[in-house]
Design a protein around this ligand. Structure first.
Ligand code: HEM
Length: 294
């Protein structure tokens, strides 16, 4: 079941990036379980366990911070927490909250994007072939077992087009919440102070007057279309724009580098992504995976 594997993968990456921890920690496991939950506080439900797990993880993060401070070390650690600790303008609670938000925000969304890309590429052999060529070209310029780096990522132009197209077409996050803090005049409309506004990205991303043939998965459109335009906002916008957008894209790009060169897959069931309202694959995207012959 691809979705399940992708979740493990993206969770392991984010826990490592943010805290330098492995997923074997019991607290991270509990959060992982609790994330698949309903937004009601009923004792004993996954959500209740998630709330408890969040509070335990909070304590755990605080303990890690204390431990790092007490070592008073100029540690050679290279994780997000280390950078956060060097910032003087945030309180301790804000730092802990930032860590938790990154863990939670960086897990389900990225794994879903991964599943979306695998699903869409499975239906687009031409895109898959072009992707494979791009990654073979990168591999041919590297030493055996040499890791990918930022320079390699920048050369992955078609890969980035595929990812953008999966974000546009797949709409991992369909809308965001905003609240008018004062009266806002927008064109002929007045949004009174206190009103909630829900910008629905899907409506723009799937509008053919904005994106030609919007209901087709067509990564090549991004060869000429601007990926930074306000007509394409998979990571939101403004001051609350997603801070993990590059991490998510790199994660998927590097994952694809290994996948397309080594494996071929077919979907076992016609499993379409549906929004309930969060996008998911009803059957978890069952795929048959075969290693490519070299
Ligand atoms: C495909 C992957 C992802 C998608 C589609 C996505 C999308 C979004 C969107 C739409 C928002 C709301 C932005 C707004 O209100 O304007 C957001 C916020 C956020 N995301 Fe992501 N995200 C992804 C991956 C990540 C990752 C990997 C991280 C972790 C580093 C992350 C951390 C956050 C955080 C902390 C916020 C809250 C920012 C704030 O309120 O200031 N996200 N994301």
């Amino acid at each position: 079941m691809f979705c399940e594997e992708a979740r493990k993968f993206s969770f392991n990456v984010i826990v490592k990036q943010v805290l330098g921890l492995t997923s074997e920690e019991p607290e991270t496991r509990e959060i992982l379980e609790g994330l698949v939950s309903i937004p009601l506080y009923i004792p004993g439900t996954p959500y209740a366990r998630a709330v408890q797990a969040r509070s335990r993880i909070s304590s755990r993060v605080k303990a890690i911070i204390e431990e790092r401070r007490s070592r008073n070390s100029r540690s050679s650690r290279n994780d997000f927490l280390e950078i956060l600790l060097s910032v003087d303008t945030l309180s301790e609670d804000e730092k802990v909250s930032f860590v938790l938000d990154s863990l939670l925000g960086g897990y389900e969304t990225t794994s879903l994007l991964m599943a979306m890309v695998v699903h869409l590429l499975g239906q687009s052999p031409t895109a898959l072939e072009q992707l494979k060529l791009e990654h073979e070209q990168i591999t041919s310029l590297k030493e055996k077992d040499e890791c990918l780096n930022w320079e390699d990522y920048k050369t992955m132009e078609f890969t980035q087009n595929v990812i953008s197209e999966a974000l546009r077409y797949g709409n991992i996050v369909k809308f965001v919440h905003r609240k008018a803090l004062k009266d806002v005049k927008f064109r002929d409309y007045l949004i009174p102070s206190g009103w909630k506004v829900l910008p629905v990205f899907t409506a723009v991303h799937l509008d053919s007057s904005v994106h030609a043939n919007a209901l087709q998965f067509h990564p090549w459109r991004w060869e000429t279309q601007d990926q930074t335009s306000k007509r394409f906002t998979p990571f939101g916008g403004g001051s609350r724009c997603c801070p993990g957008s590059e991490l998510a894209k790199i994660e998927v790009a590097f994952f694809l580098h290994h996948l397309v060169q080594n494996f071929r897959w077919t979907a076992e069931d016609a499993d379409q992504p549906m929004a309930y309202p969060y996008v998911e694959f009803g059957k978890g995207l069952l795929i048959n995976l075969d290693r490519c012959s070299t």
